[in-house]
Design a protein around this ligand. Structure first.
Ligand code: BEZ
Ligand code: FE
Length: 293
């Protein structure tokens, strides 16, 4: 057998010839993946019919995307995000039973070692922004409370920046914390109203968005990872439905079930009962976890 088992490469047979060449691959999954990618990529190139200059531009775009990556910046993940692929992979891998809370992208600003805080703690360490109370319950799909669930939250500040983007300006661990749900599944903490913000757009992905006439903004949100023994880990956000970018998230992370009302509270009696000094925003949101398996 020669290595030209399926004939010479022609425009018409290009994908089949390349796929046939992989026949002796050791890893079946790799072969299956590369077969699909080869077929779809050749199909795209045949439809687009790029000039050689255009193809080189594409190669340089990917080269620059790689050059932009470092310990803190993963430009390929941003590319996957703005192409909707991150959300698609998330959807495929987090199909939930009915009633369970939906997931969304993790994003690049999670910090693994945020401090565990007592219930009701204020995660805003610099007193900047509009005070907010966030509360709710962690439940199973039958509506039973889940006690001692780990609730890891993080959010941007009132100017749309995470602490890790403003080292030396914001205190370390500003607007992030880990809480454990009460025996009745409840949790609450204080923060400040987050603002919409642009995904990092000073690299090739930002340039691409600009060229496509797209903005780089994500609507205001709070990130959550909720974990409990025997349940699937939930990586999600809650979103401000009144945000100007709520229907045009740059990374397609918004789901209708994740919209949470930010309700202004100014009645002095209610303010005093909640333990605030003045008006605040009240955000109530329950999370429903699905059982493992
Ligand atoms: C975030 O929400 O933190 C985020 C998600 C995707 C890309 C950039 C930021
Ligand atoms: Fe975010």
């Amino acid at each position: 057998m020669t290595h030209q088992e399926s004939g010479y490469f022609t425009e018409a047979t290009s994908a089949e010839v390349v796929i046939a060449r992989n026949a002796r691959a050791q890893d079946e999954r790799l072969k299956a993946v590369m077969d699909v990618i080869t077929r779809k990529l050749h199909e795209a190139v045949k439809e687009i019919e790029p000039t050689e200059e255009e193809w080189f531009k594409a190669i340089m775009f990917l080269t620059n995307t790689g050059h932009m990556c470092n310990e803190w910046r993963q430009e390929f993940i941003l590319l996957s995000d703005v192409l909707g692929v991150s959300m698609l992979v998330d959807a495929i891998n987090n199909r939930k039973p009915s009633g369970a809370s939906e997931s969304t992208v993790l994003g690049p600003f999670h910090v693994a070692d945020a401090p565990e805080l007592p219930m009701g703690a204020d995660i805003c360490l610099d007193a900047k922004g509009e005070p907010m109370r966030v509360r709710g319950r962690i439940l199973d799909t039958a509506g039973n409370p889940i006690a001692s669930a780990k609730i890891d939250v993080w959010q941007a500040n009132d100017e749309g920046f995470y602490d890790v983007q403003q080292k030396g300006i914001q205190p370390d661990f500003n607007l992030r914390g880990v809480f454990r749900s009460n025996p009745d599944g409840s949790y609450w903490f204080r923060g400040v109203k987050p603002k919409f913000y642009p995904i990092p757009d000073d690299g090739p992905v930002g340039k691409l968005l600009g060229a496509l006439g797209r903005h780089p903004y994500r609507p205001a949100h709070l990130h959550y990872i909720v974990e409990a023994e025997g349940y699937d880990r939930l990586v999600t956000h809650i979103f401000d439905p009144d945000d100007p970018y709520i229907t045009s998230d740059a990374v397609f992370g918004v789901k209708e079930s994740l919209l949470a009302k930010f309700v202004p509270v100014s009645d002095p009696a209610e303010v005093a009962t909640a333990g605030f000094d003045g008006p605040f925003l009240d955000v109530a949101f329950d999370f429903v976890l699905s059982r493992k398996g």
